[in-house]
Design a protein around this ligand. Structure first.
Ligand code: SAH
Length: 361
């Protein structure tokens, strides 16, 4: 008789049978504490260890009774995923590829810029929006991330900072379409902005969307001053239909009107993102059309030079095209920021680390 070794390691097996602590709300953990005959303040103690003191094990939680720490460890894990890869760039950018226990891999990034410590977080495994130049959506969407999986990315990136540094900004610009997973994204951001969570002001949190009007309205109704960034990428319907296929169903007017309603509802200046693709959407006509579209709106246009993706036919814009584009927008009175590319040497564009590892083996 031959013995077949389990393909799942014992530690991974136990992890699967335990609940992800980061999926629990305050009320869930309070209920669990009650079942253990524990006072309610233990809930705050646990969160304080996890979010502020960066605990990665229950045994570290020295102000909890040893028996309670034991019980917590029997029922929960704090970190559920594995780090499949990590890349560090000379400009201080760190990118993690996280292998989720529920299946799939996602990317998240820590960016250091002056005193800013920003993180870029994923909301889905893959993406269903199909933007033709983006690596994340090449294989469609597998699933939504849970609240805990979104929070775990934030905590893993926070733990890479020295103790005296704090996360200052969050952008939901990793893999996936955050507004297609709005409930879990909002649940995670609720913890990110809470004083007893990560304590990051919602004014320093940006949700980036391809532009899904009903979900933009739901976000406006949530009445939290998050920044909204809309990925426009084209100044007219025909080109946007080509580059952002979901636009065929939605239409650019509907996207712009929803963005206007968001601005009217919470007064936060909108950001529009525009990936500059060499020879595709970077000519003078595009720049002039953009001026027409945006000059009457209180918006910031974030222009991002394309970060080429292996296997896709799109090119970086030339320096001359960038300069001309910028000049037309500035002369047209549009507030524009040309995003400096960070982490270019480490596959830092959306979905590229995952993609390159898949294609490499
Ligand atoms: N689905 C959301 C958020 C994820 S992508 C959205 O569409 O906004 C975050 C931003 O990165 C989007 O503007 C996206 O178009 C852009 N992006 C994707 N791939 C890129 C690449 N290779 N180079 C530059 N920007 C890219």
């Amino acid at each position: 008789m031959t013995t077949v070794l389990p393909t799942v390691t014992p530690s991974a097996q136990t992890r699967v049978s335990k609940r992800h602590l980061l999926d629990l709300t305050d009320a869930d953990l309070a209920e669990w504490m009650k079942q253990q005959g524990q006072p309610k303040f233990r809930v705050g103690q646990v969160w304080s260890w996890v979010f502020q003191r960066r605990a990665d094990s229950f045994q570290m939680m020295s102000n909890l009774p040893a028996a309670l720490r034991q019980r917590l460890e029997e029922d929960f894990v704090i970190f559920q995923a594995d780090e499949a890869a990590c890349q560090t760039s000379s400009d201080g950018t760190e990118k993690l590829l996280v292998r989720l226990s529920g299946g799939g891999e996602v990317e998240c990034v820590l960016l250091r810029d002056g005193i800013r410590r920003s993180i870029c977080v994923s909301s889905q495994v893959g993406c269903a929006m199909g933007c033709v130049f983006c690596a994340s959506g090449l294989d469609g969407v597998e699933r939504n991330l849970t609240r805990g999986e979104i929070l775990e990315q934030m905590l893993r990136l926070q733990s890479r900072l020295p103790e005296d540094e704090r996360l200052s900004h969050i952008v939901m610009m990793g893999m996936g379409e955050p507004l297609a997973n709005l409930n879990n994204v909002l649940a995670a951001l609720d913890v990110a902005k809470a004083e007893k969570g990560l304590g990051i002001s919602p004014r320093r949190i940006t949700i980036s969307t391809v532009g899904l009007p009903p979900a933009i309205d739901r976000l406006a109704a949530a009445d939290v001053p998050f920044n909204l960034a809309v990925s426009l990428h084209a100044p007219n319907e025909a080109l946007r239909n080509e580059l952002v296929p979901v636009n065929r169903k939605v239409g650019m007017d509907a996207v712009l009107q929803a963005a206007d309603r968001y601005f009217a509802a919470n007064g936060r200046r909108l950001t529009f993102e525009y990936v500059l693709l060499g020879g595709v959407n970077d000519d003078e006509t595009c720049a002039r059309q953009l001026v027409k579209l945006l000059k009457s709106r209180n918006v910031m246009l974030n222009v991002i030079p394309y970060n080429p993706v292996a296997g896709l036919p799109y090119l970086e814009p030339t320096k001359t095209a960038i300069a001309k584009f910028r000049q037309i927008l500035e002369q047209g009175g549009v507030t524009v920021k040309f995003r400096q590319r960070k982490g270019g040497e480490i596959d830092a564009a959306c979905g590229q680390l995952r993609r390159n590892r898949q294609t490499a083996g």
